[in-house]
Design a protein around this ligand. Structure first.
Ligand SMILES: [Zn+2]
Length: 207
């Protein structure tokens, strides 16, 4: 990671991706702080075109609700796909919440017009990469400060990621890493002001 990274800016409310080879690193940089970044990874080789990084399998792999630097994330076929290498944020990254969708905004927040959402952002990213998407897997919600409190009830807090905070991952197999800068602007998960902001992907190729 000594050479300068290839930087991709992902605009607020939109999605982006980077194709990783095994051994590559990618940093998800919270440029302005406070932004939740839904993330997914899909193998680009293998027998199953619908294999995906699975929060359900990764949680049980470590028998914890959240992951720590050093943990490998696994697919629904229990193959290691990414390793969580480093984290300069406070370390809270939700693994429970499904990606927001137009329906969730209408149902929970009573919107009446189309609302940009992470599910459609992922669909657009996959389409741009010529990939089919069987369903929208539960994302790893980087920087999302949703926690389970003592009474087993979910509680949302604004992201505590500072400007420049970054999560760094290493690809264990060739994969497409996809993100959505979450467009949630109704409840305060994207910082105290609930304003979605740009993020960056810094790609460090292994070779
Ligand atoms: Zn979202």
């Amino acid at each position: 990671m000594s050479t300068p990274p290839i930087v991709t800016t992902v605009k607020a409310r939109t999605g982006g991706s980077v194709a990783l080879k095994a051994g590559d690193h990618v940093s998800v940089v919270n440029v302005h702080g406070g932004q939740v970044v839904d993330s997914w990874a899909f193998p680009t080789s293998g027998e199953d075109p619908y294999e995906y990084m699975s929060m359900e399998h990764s949680r049980i792999h470590h028998y914890r609700l959240m992951f720590r630097p050093g943990d490998a994330l696994v697919t629904n076929r229990l193959r290691e796909i990414l390793t969580f290498v480093a984290d300069t944020s406070p370390g809270v990254h939700d693994t429970q919440c499904p990606a927001c969708c137009d329906r969730s905004y209408r149902l929970y927040y009573e919107t009446t017009d189309y609302h940009a959402n992470c599910s459609d952002n992922l669909r657009a990213v996959m389409k741009a990469n010529g990939r089919e998407l069987a369903h929208v897997p539960t994302p790893w919600n980087l920087f999302m400060h949703t926690v389970v409190e003592d009474n087993a009830v979910f509680k949302d807090y604004p992201s505590k990621a500072e400007p420049g905070a970054a999560v760094t991952l290493r690809a264990e197999i060739d994969c497409l890493f996809a993100v959505s800068a979450c467009p949630q602007d109704i409840i305060a998960i994207n910082g105290d002001d609930a304003v979605p902001r740009d993020i960056e992907l810094h790609h460090f190729p292994a070779a």
